[in-house]
Design a binder for this molecule. Structure first.
Ligand code: GLC
Ligand code: GLC
Length: 819
């Protein structure tokens, strides 16, 4: 293995409060809860080399003076061997140079607000080795945005305390903060530094610190400038001897009224931290913490395990795709190598979709998230585009009036109800705009979400797009001419007629979901209202949204079609082809099949399905940000991985498992590993975008990790291709597989019971399930009724060949409640 992957390939540490990003060279940063407001270590974005700023470790041979970084960065010296293993919540980086073997395990123990770097040094030489180890972090002055800009203040406020060999970062603790960070080491510590320039030496960088070069720290105490934490340890090893050293970066808070010890002394009260240090500087603690993490992840992932003929499907579904879903659920779009951690809050639309791939893992957390999201909804049924996780209030910083936003809440609630069977969530009192006293049951929020669309229909009876819909960059009311102006917040023109066919499809889907919920709540009247509204919009889509060979995308401010054959560029868009079919539009009159054929002809590439064709070659003021990207990138014709699974699902609805799985593999990260020189991003997580065919770098991925592609791909492959799909009244097993497969096996935890599923299929044929064997009993259809919690259920599906397509939507009609 080599450390110079095409781009830094990262992992995430932590899953509750303390988080870190760690790359394959140990670069990245750590934060407590909020990547902007409680940033613990400093990171320089857009640096050269790219991932500089991290968990620095230096090894020095005290005989020869030779020194290096065992994770390659920041010295980038030659390594005789190198390996990096990213695991679930932990990372191990090991290397060898000159027969000194160093392996470091990085992790955040469950329930703790600290990270450990447990380093094991082994002397493979035939003679004794005298070594120094330096561990170093550069502290961030808490608010990452301010830290990177406000130098007149920040270069003077840095403070530290040093006690018993532990470095405490205490900037601003003297005044209004009651939290601090600390950096410690299991020792034996022979020196420390806390002033960056003292450690590095003048005009030097992290690649060549003078203290490492000379093998001696300065014992510097930071006053202002750039506080850092450096711990120096000496290790003497006989041949074959090894030693473990633990470095610990922690975060702690004191009650505001008891900050100092002794009271009034101005010195940080460290009484809470001492027992933590004692426990976690013990090398065995890291091993125990790792075991606990493994157990935890084992339990989580046991909710869904599959064995299919495809190693790429297995790898992604069983581990990495679910893991990515956890990360996106936790962090939304805040902190990655492409999201700076200072800008975006939690997206309303994004978080609702993230939940679709997460709800089976920890349903209780999904429930709490739904209630948080709904509490930011506006009385009109509309939504803020984003909210701040710390305050849970909606924020207008990124604008509002994205007219698709509220509909995603219905999808999220339906997914939760289907997964858990818990309808009580619909009765939860939830406020509007975070204002106490405005509570209504969540159910009413969903009705208002539908109502919001119905109150905003345009001249064709189609939903008005507002500022934008799912495609943030299709800004039909914006007309921005000012350089640098944000398309998300620019004042929009009033009175336009811009309509979205995509929202039409999404509305049809959401209306069906709400009807399903209403039926089960014993509210058939509401169910019929929702269904009627869904039919009405679907009708408008059929009449005014069909272009002849595919669904149009929108109508612009002046009522001209977007995504139509008559357009010179942007003739066909992917989003309405997927979402209209998901909404059930065109399934029985052939439009869906034609739309998907057009996708294949015009949009499919070996690297996935591009968002539109032809890409816009110049800026079009009437379309907005979409035409601001160079052709082939991002929304302007990139392979937007979030939209591809909609087509996979649509193909499954039409019974074409070959097409669905083929599209699945084209963007499956594991299947793209051999293309890493082209793909460049991590071959284990989805990226938001792969450059489209109009781009010179066609096939190159960007914006990995924090993307709705994670949840939707998991849904597409597990619920539609493998067909294991939670439904209101049980677990559906209705696969739509590639013809050549002979079946697969799966285990699915569902409402507390374990379903062991075996699907057998005649190879070489298209086949679907028409009945199931449930614990040996024949059940007609594809629905397994829920079993008591704690039980194990064996489900066998013998698929039977079908001539061509099945009438799509089979079995999807909500089953009326008995009585
Ligand atoms: C990004 C945004 C998402 C949006 C998509 C398309 O992924 O996070 O909300 O739907 O871009 O513009
Ligand atoms: C989404 C889009 C991106 C756009 C941004 C604006 O992330 O993918 O292209 O610039 O939203 O907030």
């Amino acid at each position: 293995m080599r450390p110079d992957t095409p781009l830094p390939w990262i992992n995430y540490l932590g899953s509750e409060e303390f988080f870190g990003i760690v790359s394959n060279t140990a670069a990245g940063y750590s934060f407590f809860r909020d990547a902007r407001l409680r940033r613990l270590t400093r990171y320089r974005y857009n640096n050269a080399p790219l991932d500089l700023g991290g968990r620095y470790l230096y090894v020095r041979d005290d005989e020869t003076g030779d020194y290096w970084s065992p994770s390659s960065q920041p010295t980038r010296g030659a390594l005789d061997e190198y390996r990096c293993r990213h695991g679930l919540g932990y990372t191990v980086i090991g290397s060898q140079r000159d027969r000194i073997e160093v392996e470091t395990l990085y992790l955040v123990p469950l329930g703790q607000t600290l990270e450990l770097w447990r380093t094991r040094v082994v002397n493979q030489r035939p003679e004794p080795a005298r070594l120094s180890l330096f561990g170093a972090v550069e502290f961030c002055l808490w608010d990452a945005a301010d830290d990177a800009t406000n130098f007149q203040r920040n270069l003077s406020v840095g403070e530290v305390e040093i006690e018993d060999g532990v470095v405490f970062h205490t900037s601003e603790y003297r005044e209004r903060r009651n939290h601090f960070a600390y950096f410690a080491c299991s020792g034996p510590v022979v020196g420390f530094d806390t002033q960056r320039e003292a450690f590095l030496g003048p005009y030097r960088g992290w690649d060549r610190p003078v203290a490492v070069e000379e093998g001696r720290c300065r014992g510097s105490v930071a006053h202002g400038w750039a506080p850092c934490g450096v711990q120096h340890v000496r290790v003497e090893l006989d041949p074959c001897e090894s030693r473990e050293v633990v470095f610990l970066l922690g975060y702690a808070e004191n009650p505001p009224e008891a900050k100092f010890d002794p009271p009034g002394s101005g010195r940080v009260d460290k009484r809470r931290v001492r027992p933590v240090l004692e426990r976690y500087l013990e090398p065995r603690s890291a091993e125990i913490a790792l075991d606990e993490l493994r157990t935890r992840w084992g339990e989580l992932l046991a909710a869904l395990q599959v064995r299919t003929p495809s190693v790429h499907a297995d790898r992604m579904v069983n581990v990495w795709n679910q893991y990515q879903c956890m990360v996106t659920f936790n962090l939304s779009r805040s902190a990655s190598l492409f999201e700076s951690g200072v800008g975006r809050g939690m997206g309303f639309r994004d978080s609702n979709q993230d939940l679709l791939g997460f709800v089976h893992l920890v349903p209780e957390r999904a429930r709490a998230r739904i209630l948080d999201l709904a509490a930011t909804q506006l009385p009109s049924g509309g939504a803020y585009h984003q909210y701040q996780p710390l305050t849970k209030r909606g924020n207008d910083a990124i604008g509002s009036g994205f007219n698709d936003d509220p509909l995603w809440l219905i999808l999220a609630v339906a997914a939760y109800a289907k997964e858990t069977g818990d309808l009580s969530i619909l009765q939860e009192p939830v406020p509007y705009d975070g204002r106490p006293g405005t509570e209504t049951p969540l159910y009413e929020h969903l009705r208002r979400a539908l109502g919001y669309t119905l109150d905003r229909l345009g001249p064709h009876g189609l939903p008005l797009i507002g500022r934008a819909d799912w495609n943030d960059c299709l800004n039909l009311n914006c007309f921005s001419e000012t350089p640098g102006e944000s398309f998300q917040t620019a004042a929009n023109r009033e009175g336009g007629a811009a309509e979205s066919i995509f929202i039409g499809g999404l509305f049809a889907l959401a209306a069906r979901e709400l009807a399903g919920i209403a039926r089960r709540l014993g509210d058939p009247e509401q169910a019929e209202l929702a269904e009627a509204a869904g039919r009405r919009i679907a009708d408008a889509v059929r009449r005014h949204g069909w272009d002849g060979e595919w669904f149009r995308r929108a109508y612009d401010y002046d009522g001209a079609p977007v995504g139509a054959a008559e357009n010179e560029e942007g003739r066909i868009y992917v989003e309405p082809q997927g979402m209209c079919v998901l909404g059930g539009i065109g399934l029985d009159d052939g439009l869906a099949a034609r739309a998907l054929a057009s996708v294949r002809t015009h949009l499919a590439t070996p690297h996935g399905i591009v968002l539109l064709q032809p890409a816009y070659s110049r800026y079009r003021v009437e379309l907005g940000e979409i035409s601001s990207y160079p052709p082939g990138y991002k929304e302007n014709g990139g392979v937007f991985c979030h939209t591809n699974p909609w087509i996979m699902i649509a193909e499954s609805l039409l019974g074409d498992g070959d097409a669905a799985f083929d599209y699945y593999l084209r963007i499956n990260p594991s299947a793209r590993e051999d293309l890493s020189d082209v793909h460049r991003c991590e071959p284990y997580v989805y990226a938001q975008m792969i450059a489209g065919k109009d781009a010179p770098t066609h096939g190159e991925a960007k914006n990995s990790w924090l993307t709705g592609a994670a949840a939707w791909n998991l849904v597409a492959v597990t619920q539609w291709i493998l067909g294991i799909r939670p439904d209101f009244d049980g677990l559906r097993v209705d696969p739509c597989l590639p013809a050549e497969w002979d079946g697969f096996a799966a285990e699915r935890r569902f409402r507390g019971a374990l379903y062991r599923i075996l699907v057998r299929k005649p190879p070489g044929a298209r086949a679907r399930a028409s009945c199931l064997l449930v614990d040996g009993e024949r059940v007609e259809g594809t629905l397994v009724p829920p079993a008591p919690a704690g039980s194990t259920v064996d489900v066998v599906a013998e698929l039977v060949p079908v001539e061509s397509e099945l009438p799509a939507g089979t079995g999807e009609q909500p089953v009326p409640l008995p009585g």
